[in-house]
Design a protein around this ligand. Structure first.
Ligand SMILES: Cc1ncc(COP(=O)(O)O)c(C=O)c1O
Length: 329
């Protein structure tokens, strides 16, 4: 394929089966991080901008603003650079330093809020900052990924089609939940097509989306300190909360056993596969979405010092994940 727009290179056709992940069923990851913006959010950013353009809300010269834990910001910065839209990205200290540098290199303005909100995260602080900016300058355009239906449409339109083309119908599909755009889009399309895939929504302990008690979290991408407007639990998917310590263990295990450096939320999805291993029937074809790769996590998830400081030295030697929280199962 010869593309003429960077944001058409979404590279949604990369699948890797992890041999020996479990002896009784096959486990494959869909690698969404192998595109010019480095994550699955390139699809969401493109869909949201194109929907806003179609509605006349975004046009050359209009300044965009958005809250991001990192990946959406890089994707928006890339598309806005290509289209000539100025963009301000509001992020927090959990964002990878590399993502922030990436956004700036693409010409975006980056604002980092530093006060934790009442739920222990930063999301409400980021949103409050955006609301103040919108009040002061109503010409700013806020895409609001947490409530924007186009975020989910990116996945109902593209991600599910990529899965069916490149992998076939999964028996089980594990999806990390941040804005829940990926989850909602995949669930909607799979149900529209009448496919029997068991979807498992994966979130972090301390995120409130599934009703857990709020708590501090360190790994960007999944988790929210306020329930995203897009999230709707129709009872058709399972929900699993993964402790960040298990996310870290799983990322490090996959790196050492499979030679694959994945981002944090990919480790969460695979930790959830591990947690449900006794419920997955032998012979099943399991697919886990991997939203980004691990280079941006070398100073966190893959740093012995960072891990020891937050989770204690025992995590470094732990062979596999142990603790997981299954909700309503
Ligand atoms: C690394 C990573 N994983 C998972 C997600 C969750 O995706 P969604 O916002 O579609 O729920 C994101 C979203 O930013 C992410 O950056």
């Amino acid at each position: 394929m010869i593309a003429t727009r960077t944001y058409d290179l979404t590279a949604g056709d990369r699948f890797l089966r992890l041999e020996r992940f479990h002896p009784d069923f096959s486990t494959t990851v869909k690698l969404e991080g192998l595109n010019p913006a480095g994550s699955i959010k390139l699809k969401a950013a493109r869909e949201m901008i194109e929907a806003a353009e179609a509605q006349g809300a975004v046009a050359p010269g209009r300044h965009l603003i958005e809250s991001t834990s990192g990946n959406l910001g890089v994707a928006l910065a890339s598309i806005c650079a290509a289209k000539g839209y100025p963009v301000t990205l509001v992020t927090d200290p959990n964002a990878n330093a590399r993502s922030v540098r990436f956004m700036r290199a693409l010409g975006a303005r980056v604002v980092t809020v530093t006060d934790r909100d009442s739920a222990g995260g930063y999301l409400r602080t980021r949103i409050a900052y955006i609301r103040r900016r919108l009040a002061a300058d109503p010409s700013l355009v806020w895409l609001n990924q947490y409530a924007n239906p186009a975020n989910a449409t990116a996945h109902s339109r593209h991600t599910v089609a990529e899965i069916l083309d490149g992998f076939g119908v999964p028996d089980w599909l594990f999806v990390g939940t941040g804005t829940s755009g990926t989850l909602m889009g995949c669930v909607r399309r799979l149900r529209e097509l009448g496919l029997p895939t068991q979807v498992v929504a994966v979130d972090a302990v301390g995120s409130i989306t599934f009703g857990d008690v709020p708590g501090p979290r360190w790994i960007p991408g999944i988790g929210a300190s306020r329930v995203p407007e897009l999230f709707h639990d129709d009872g058709s998917f399972l929900k699993v909360l993964v402790d960040e310590v298990d996310t870290v263990r799983m990322c490090r295990r996959v790196a050492r056993e499979h030679g694959l450096l994945l981002g944090g939320s990919s480790g969460s999805a695979l930790a959830a596969v591990h947690a449900l291993r006794d419920r997955i029937p032998p012979g099943s074809r399991v697919l886990a979405l991997s939203p980004d790769m691990g280079e941006g996590y070398l100073d966190t998830v893959y740093s012995d010092e960072w891990v020891t400081e937050r989770f204690g030295p025992a995590v470094l030697d732990a062979p596999t994940t142990t603790v997981n929280h299954l909700i309503g199962i």
